[in-house]
Design a protein around this ligand. Structure first.
Ligand code: GCB
Length: 635
């Protein structure tokens, strides 16, 4: 970056505006903050009444759930669907209720200078939360956190245990994200009274329940509410522009200290905004692009707020990586070097726990990705747990961060109500994930019906809104080969395109892939002059099924199909083609249907994370690509 560009960057308005009222910092312990996890077994009851409304009619939140009727034990976090032997609960649509009591530490109650916050990492889809029978918050959307301050409430009856009740509804409508419809079957000769089904236009099981940790955490009454950082560098000097927002009160002093990975002092500053200069900067690099990937500094924000009667002290430490992202017509640049995505698409999905947060699974998946030589993945088709993003930051795994805009196929889902909600979801997503160096691009949707007339206004608004929230990252939505009348295309920075040649079309005809794929790339590039990522491609393979010559559903066919795509990727790689993300990392559960044999089998690993033949093919390729494109140091 030239001196002038650097000056411009320093003078320019802070790129990221604060979109929502209040921040959503990941809860971390510090000398002035405590965290109490409420994971474990909660009481649980599904509301099976015909209108699914008995819980509200009889105010189940006013008492212990166990007093309202039969309850079962339900693990949190987990999807409830696969926990029992009851198919009715697996396929349940409507409200389910959770509750538990918590012993709140006496000091949290007696110390008026402590704020106590209840936080749910995510619950799918719509949630209402009560504490001791009083509603404290509600939230729409299945994959992002929400919280409520409950300090005064728990101080009202300090000797009583605190009862938390959470009701969660998984019903999807034309205006939810993802959308769905409820269809009543009124033919009484074929269906019983009140029979209804949930229809969805997406290909994964609509797992529901409390999917991520429920926590209580404390902050002082005056506290660090949000931090935003943007990073840049010139030659050997790193630049961190920061902004801190404080809530809860009066005049305060903010001290910012930056430490390196070993805890050594690097730079400091005062005040709620400023720039930290990092001499001899260690940039954040992707895995396999540098010998020391995922380098993180720690930014300690220390607050002292003084009033006539009391002093409050808070401290929050944010890990951060210094890196830049830029896109040209043909390249994706990280730290001004061309980056080639060789990665996967994932799901938060596993046996028994469904979409529930699970450390062993997460760590296993990272080990598998590193074994494969993966340098990136897309959070298809919704935001993943924050702990996963933190792993990506530390390991240098690059992310395309996708919102839950999947299955937008019905023209009625392009209306104002849908768009407003979609904008709020982008606000929440950017607010949560803006400081992660691993996040290099936002994806606002997957395969919407972008050929429909309202799509142009919808995507123009959505993409412009997202760019206004965050001027440091490119924005895309993921399109599909067949959408040849793509209305939102002109607004994206990178064309992400999914295709399933020789799978959904021309079944079994691997010989057509080279022609169709290269024609298709040429057409997209000619039309938009943007770099292209193959954001999905793949074939189902039932593990252990073999045929040679290859036939569909065998491991050989999956391999051969990948190989035929790879040949074309290699031709286009030095032109405008900047990445390949296999569909999918692992097999995953879907709704039942004639196209799915107990779920989608396009994984290169089984759902239990055992490799199919394709995993070895991909491993060989990705390590070769890392050597060719990633500037790995010679052995
Ligand atoms: C797609 C979707 C993905 C599906 C996949 C498939 O285009 O984006 O959600 O699972 O195809 O296997 O059909």
């Amino acid at each position: 970056m030239s001196v002038w560009l650097r000056v411009l960057w320093l003078l320019s308005v802070f790129g990221t505006v604060l979109p929502l009222d209040g921040g959503m910092l990941f809860p971390r312990e510090s000398s002035f903050r405590e965290v109490k996890e409420l994971n474990g077994l909660w009481d649980f009851r599904a509301d099976g009444s015909p209108n699914r409304n008995e819980g509200f009619e009889k105010a189940w939140h006013k008492r212990q759930l166990a007093e309202t009727g039969p309850v079962i034990e339900m693990p949190v976090p987990a999807s409830y669907n696969d926990i029992t032997q009851d198919p009715t609960l697996r396929d349940f649509i409507g409200w389910v209720w959770y509750d538990r009591e918590v012993a709140v530490p006496a000091r949290w109650i007696s110390d008026q200078g402590t704020r106590v916050v209840l936080r749910v990492g995510s619950a799918h889809y719509y949630s209402i939360v009560w504490v001791n029978g009083e509603k404290v918050t509600e939230h729409e959307g299945g994959h992002l956190p929400f919280e409520a301050e409950i300090s005064s409430l728990i101080r009202r009856e300090p000797t009583k245990p605190c009862r938390i009740t959470i009701a969660v509804n998984n019903t999807l409508t034309l205006e939810t994200l993802p959308p769905g419809t409820i269809q009543y079957m009124n033919d009484s000769s074929r269906y019983p009274d009140g029979f209804f089904v949930q229809n969805m236009d997406f290909d994964f099981f609509n797992y529901a329940g409390i999917h991520r940790s429920v926590l209580l955490y404390t902050t002082p009454k005056v506290y660090v509410d949000d931090i935003t950082v943007e990073t840049n560098f010139m030659d050997n000097t790193g630049l961190i522009r920061y902004k801190v927002s404080v809530r809860g009160g009066f005049s305060n002093t903010l001290n910012i200290t930056l430490m390196d990975k070993d805890g050594h002092f690097v730079a400091s500053s005062n005040g709620s905004s400023g720039v930290l200069r990092v001499v001899d900067v260690k940039l954040w690099w992707p895995y396999l692009m540098h010998e020391n990937p995922g380098y993180l500094y720690s930014m300690k924000v220390h607050l002292i707020a003084v009033s006539e009667t009391s002093t409050y002290e808070d401290e929050y430490t944010l890990p951060l990586g210094i890196r830049t992202v830029n896109v040209t017509n043909t390249q994706f640049l990280i730290n001004n070097k061309p980056f080639y995505f060789h990665g996967v698409n994932k799901h938060e999905d596993a046996d028994i726990r469904g979409r529930g947060f699970d450390w062993p699974l997460i760590v296993k998946d990272f080990n598998l990705m590193k074994w494969l030589g993966v340098n990136s993945f897309r959070t298809s088709h919704y935001p993943y747990a924050e702990e996963i993003l933190q792993m990506c930051d530390r390991h240098g795994i690059v992310l395309i961060d996708e919102c839950p805009g999947v299955g937008i196929k019905d023209i009625r889902s392009f209306g104002n109500a849908s768009l407003s909600h979609h904008l709020v979801v982008m606000d929440e997503l950017v607010r949560r994930d803006k400081n992660h160096p691993s996040v290099v691009m936002w994806s606002v949707a997957n395969e919407p019906a972008s050929e429909m007339p309202p799509a142009e206004f919808y995507f123009k608004t959505l993409i412009e809104h997202t760019k206004a929230l965050d001027q440091t990252r490119p924005v895309t939505y993921v399109t599909i080969a067949e959408a040849d009348m793509d209305k939102g295309g002109p607004y994206v920075d990178v064309v992400c395109v999914n295709s399933y040649f020789a799978w959904y079309f021309d079944q079994g005809r691997l010989d057509i892939v080279p022609l169709q794929l290269s024609t298709h790339f040429e057409n997209w590039y000619r039309k938009y002059q943007r770099p292209i990522i193959q954001s999905e491609y793949g074939a189902d393979a039932v593990p252990g099924l073999h045929m040679d010559p290859p036939m569909m559903f065998t491991e050989e066919y999956q391999n051969a199909l990948l190989q035929s795509y790879h040949d074309v990727f290699d031709q286009k790689r030095n032109q405008y083609f900047i990445g390949e993300l296999i569909w999918n990392f692992a097999d995953f559960m879907t709704a039942q249907g004639i196209y799915r044999v107990v779920g989608n089998k396009k994984g290169i690993f089984t759902r239990q994370r055992q490799p199919k033949a394709a995993a070895f093919l991909l491993r060989k390729r990705y390590w070769r690509l890392a050597n060719e494109t990633g500037r790995l140091l010679p052995d």
